[in-house]
Design a protein around this ligand. Structure first.
Ligand SMILES: Nc1ncnc2c1ncn2[C@@H]1O[C@H](COP(=O)(O)OP(=O)(O)O)[C@@H](O)[C@H]1O
Ligand SMILES: Cc1ncsc1CCOP(=O)(O)O
Ligand SMILES: [Mg+2]
Length: 268
């Protein structure tokens, strides 16, 4: 029996999302704000993009979850994110780190190290990002995009999970999840998702929402992949290209039937 078969079904998390409508604080990049907020609204959560140093930490104590995305950080935003992450941990709230393009510059590596030290509940990245964080060289990525497939990063995900204590998600053609000892994958999605900017960032926001309603972080991360991957497949089936895929993705997240989700999902 696979690990996924022993966990609750993704429908349970989707129903909890819609019933509870968790508030999710996002300190994210300028590119992703729109898609991330709309993804959360479509699925039934409440997004709030709150990053000012005067309020980020205070807000993190009342939100159901926090997400921190390093896509377009400057030093002021990093300080806000660090304070918010520490406040979230102190208040017992889960938080997600998305280490966008961490292999690209020293500034990004430093930012990621500072945030990793604040004990994220989940780290979600593409293969290059996860390999870089795990200390592997040679796959630093092409800016925000991965230069290798997700299968190449499965061991790195396990190693990073052991090192950091976080559940680690590495996305790509197959999406992999590890907490260091437990492992699962999700096979739903569509290659055209790589042609929409911030598709990974929006998944990170959705992962935060799932963490707010599902106490097992590995199950929460896997169910976010399931919800997003099934919606992406349905959206791609009706899309003429990336523009309609983006629009359809929000529609399918909104329309997704919980029982259909369990039938369509391919977990292992
Ligand atoms: N080759 C692929 N085939 C199918 N889906 C993919 C592929 N690459 C990425 N995805 C999907 O695109 C979304 C974003 O993942 P990814 O591109 O890895 O992250 P990022 O946008 O942060 O680089 C995820 O839902 C993932 O499953
Ligand atoms: C294009 C770009 N540049 C800085 S952040 C960003 C968005 C990256 O989104 P994703 O990591 O989901 O591909
Ligand atoms: Mg990304």
């Amino acid at each position: 029996m696979t690990l996924a078969a022993t966990l609750d079904r993704p429908s349970k998390t989707l129903r909890s999302l819609r019933a509870q409508g968790p508030l999710v604080q996002n300190i994210t990049n300028f590119v992703a704000m729109d898609l991330a907020a709309n993804t959360l609204l479509a699925v039934g959560a409440s997004p709030a993009m709150v990053h000012a140093p005067q309020e980020a930490a205070e807000f993190a104590t009342v939100a159901g979850a926090l997400t921190v995305n390093l896509g377009t950080m400057d030093s002021h935003w990093v300080a806000s994110a660090e304070a918010a992450a520490k406040a979230a941990v102190a208040a017992g709230r889960p938080w997600v780190l998305d280490p966008v393009a961490v292999g690209a510059t020293g500034f990004r590596r430093d930012n990621a190290a500072r945030l990793l030290a604040c004990k994220p509940t989940v780290v979600r990245g593409n293969a290059s990002e996860i390999m870089t964080l795990a200390g592997l060289s040679g796959a630093e990525g092409k800016g925000v995009d991965s230069s290798v497939g997700s299968d190449a990063a499965v061991e790195a995900a396990q190693r990073l999970a052991e090192q950091s204590g976080a559940v680690v998600v590495v996305t790509g053609a197959l999406d992999h999840v590890s907490d260091g000892t437990r492992y699962a994958f999700c096979a739903n999605s569509h290659e055209m998702m790589t042609r929409i900017t911030a598709s990974g960032c929006a998944l990170t926001a959705l992962t935060g929402a799932c963490l707010a309603v599902e106490p097992d972080p590995l199950a929460a991360a896997l169910h976010a992949l399931a919800i997003y991957g099934v919606a992406a497949e349905k959206a791609a089936a009706r899309a003429r290209g990336p523009g309609s895929l983006r629009m359809n993705l929000l529609d399918e997240l909104y329309r997704l039937d919980a029982d259909d989700l369990d039938l369509a999902v391919r977990l292992g």
